[in-house]
Design a binder for this molecule. Structure first.
Ligand code: NDP
Length: 290
């Protein structure tokens, strides 16, 4: 029997409805949660993401603002802008769209954002808080979204053998900390892992976040496993109007026949990322009241 689909569009809609309700409660107390996104340069993909974030904020009843800076903006000017936003009480969340142009050090940017407004969850203070399981920390949106998908799909995480494919700062590592804190037994794989398929075949929950199109095949998956595909990859496809299609890191058609539950791409993890960003922003506004 093919795996049950975990519908990220539907779950993201539920999260966004919760966010809208929490936002309305804050507005009634005189506080409108506000997210400011800073976009440096004119990378077309980044511009699309930023527009989607602003639109989602407004739909939830929050203030969503984008500050666009030219690609040659000096790093010092960007850091000065972040200082201004850190001091602005109407701004609860600050996000600088990554990657910035080459002359800007992303780590300097991340360190400058107040940890209390770091709704991307990349500041080392939040990384630490999430690792030690402190609830005030902001977890990065994509892995946080995966945890919500697992929960809503009724997946038993505690005691499960989870394998995380990929160890990036934005997905693999925070995914690992969230799963450990949810009492999974976690193995992290990367490009130096030996006999990867033997490791992945031990997974009750397999999270693929490596950025390699359709890398995970059915023979790498234990029958009945839950498979979460974080990957977003473009592959050439002459049959499509745009000349490409989007696939995940998992070969969906084969793995679907082995797994018990699986996220599709698109429509799985992707929609959760913005939903969790909104949730983090509402939390930042709420924590600011304390
Ligand atoms: P990175 O390129 O930063 O990290 C990839 C990781 O995968 C690295 O740890 C790398 O290992 C590992 N890896 C690469 N090739 C192999 C291999 N052949 N075998 C084992 N491990 C390998 O990617 P990201 O974490 O940023 O993104 C991963 C995927 O998730 C991408 O497709 C990206 O587009 C997608 N993504 C989706 C989001 C969403 O909203 N759904 C958000 C963010 C990312 P090593 O460390 O040894 O180099």
């Amino acid at each position: 029997m093919p795996a049950e689909l975990i519908d990220g569009v539907a779950v993201a809609k539920l999260v966004r409805a919760d966010v809208a309700r929490d936002t309305a409660a804050l507005v009634a107390r005189g506080v409108t949660p506000g997210l400011t996104v800073v976009l440096v340069g004119d990378d077309p993909a980044s511009a699309v993401y930023v527009r989607a974030k602003e639109k989602a904020c407004l739909e939830a009843g929050m203030n969503g603002r984008t500050i666009r800076l030219s690609a040659d903006t000096p790093q010092a000017d960007l850091l000065a802008l972040i200082d201004t936003l850190n001091a602005d009480p109407t701004v609860h969340g600050i996000l600088v769209q990554m990657p910035p142009p080459k002359h800007i050090d992303p780590q300097a940017v991340i360190l400058r954002i107040s940890a209390a407004k770091d709704v991307d969850g990349f500041h080392p203070v939040n990384v630490g808080r999430v690792w030690i399981g402190e609830k005030s920390g902001f977890a990065p949106c994509t892995p946080a979204g995966v945890m919500v998908l697992l929960e809503r799909a009724g997946v038993q995480v505690a005691g499960a053998n989870a394998v995380v494919l990929g160890r990036s700062t934005i997905v693999g590592k925070p995914m690992t900390s969230l799963l450990v804190n949810a009492s999974a037994t976690v193995t992290v794989c990367h490009s130096k892992t030996k006999d990867l398929a033997a490791v992945t075949r031990g997974a009750d929950i397999l999270i693929a976040a490596i950025g390699r199109p359709e890398f995970v095949t059915a023979d790498m998956v234990k029958p009945g496993a839950v498979v979460i595909d974080v990957g977003i990859n473009r592959v050439d496809d002459a049959s499509k109007e745009k000349g490409y299609r989007i696939v995940g890191d998992v070969q969906f058609s084969g793995v679907r026949d082995v797994a018990s539950k699986i996220t599709p791409v698109p429509g799985g993890v992707g929609p959760m990322t913005i939903a969790m960003l909104l949730q983090n922003t509402v939390r930042a506004a709420t924590q600011g009241l304390a």
